[in-house]
Design a binder for this molecule. Sequence first.
Ligand SMILES: [Zn+2]
Length: 457
Amino acid sequence: MRSIHIILASTAVVLTILAPLARAQQAEEETPSYTLITDVNVFDGVADRLTPGRVLIEGNLIRAVGPNVETPDGAVVIDGGGRTLMPGLINCHVHLALPDAIANVESKLLFADVVLGSQLMARGYLMDGFTTVRDAGGNVFGIKKFIDRGLLPGPRIYPSGALISQLGGHFDLRNLTQHKTESHMERIGNIAICDGVPEVLVAARRNFRLQASQLKICVGGGAASDFDPVDTMQFTADEIRAAVTTANNWHTYVGAHIFTPQAMHIAADNGVMVFDHAFLIDEDAMKKVVEKGIFLVPQMNGLSPELLRNPILGPVNLAKIRTVHGQAGDFVALIKKFKPKIVFADDAFGTEDVVFKQRRYELGYRASLFGNFETLRQATSAAGELMALTGPRNPYSGKLGVIEEGALADMLIVDGNPLDDISVIGGTMEWFDAPPPKPIETIRVIMKDGKIFKNTL
Ligand SMILES: [Zn+2]
């Protein structure tokens, strides 16, 4: 009797799970081969102005853009009504597998909780117009597969896999009495604590075996951890090179969590191509960044005084953030002077309401520092360039972040002009005081890979 109950109960569960899956598959089969969007003003991700025209999508690619694009037989026509059409947004530093405060992920969430939280976060990014994310550390391989198969809503994901950190480094998030084998975050594949070249090689190779598109390592201290001051150098040059050699053998790159110029010189000299955060950069390190074509991926909210009001930060973390703020100098002025490659990122983690608020604040705050056009460029064409740095490990063949012939069909149609008003794509200057997030009504259409995930036209 008991077993029958279990079978019936589990059948019901399976059916409940499979029903939306079947619907999603059906939607995919019904995707028309041609979609023509008429009467839109196009922000192409590159130019600082809108160009009126039409956009033709064939399958998952943009086939034509311009004023005189003809309507193919059988095309589904969407009348843009004079609205703005722009590339889907790209967020270059997210953590889908950190769906709660880090300490909670380590000690209170089962792997199933993490996976379900990731799913909510992924859907949240997509429905806010982010059609692509670079996951900067965590086990997102499973959710990525389901999203890519069209079975769950979410953005394209460029996974870094387990975040590679030394013992006592930024992502060694165990409490003081835990030993290496006791880390839950390590067991579920969110982090890999490695010491010495052989352990770094194992972690790097394991990530690529799981189909990481790039690696992420910690080469210096950070604010979200308890035991490593921000000024510390993490990993030796040999250990950094072990990760870089592995990534280069897979024809892709290593990105690093990094703050200080001292760490930047070592990382740059040993082949790291992406600096995440990078707030303490000085002129000398900036020159090297520009010379080597290294990408900077700062979450600008990390420099905001508002960050000190973040309720999940403890006294140790707050003290570290004050240190960074005190030493950061004029980061924005340095960026404007040297014009390095720089892309959009929010580095949000936590429950979905927290993540929502942070990514919308990041858009608004960044626009207040760099202007709307530059913020949009960083979140579209510039970010697309970073995605392409994965070379043959790119999970999605095609160009991202631009509206042009041959690019992947990821786009938004929005009311108003985001070049004039960043709030039409959700940008706001309210962070912790913001009301509970609601869907962004001015985003009217969300298309990813030629498929429509929202259409309120
Ligand atoms: Zn991060």
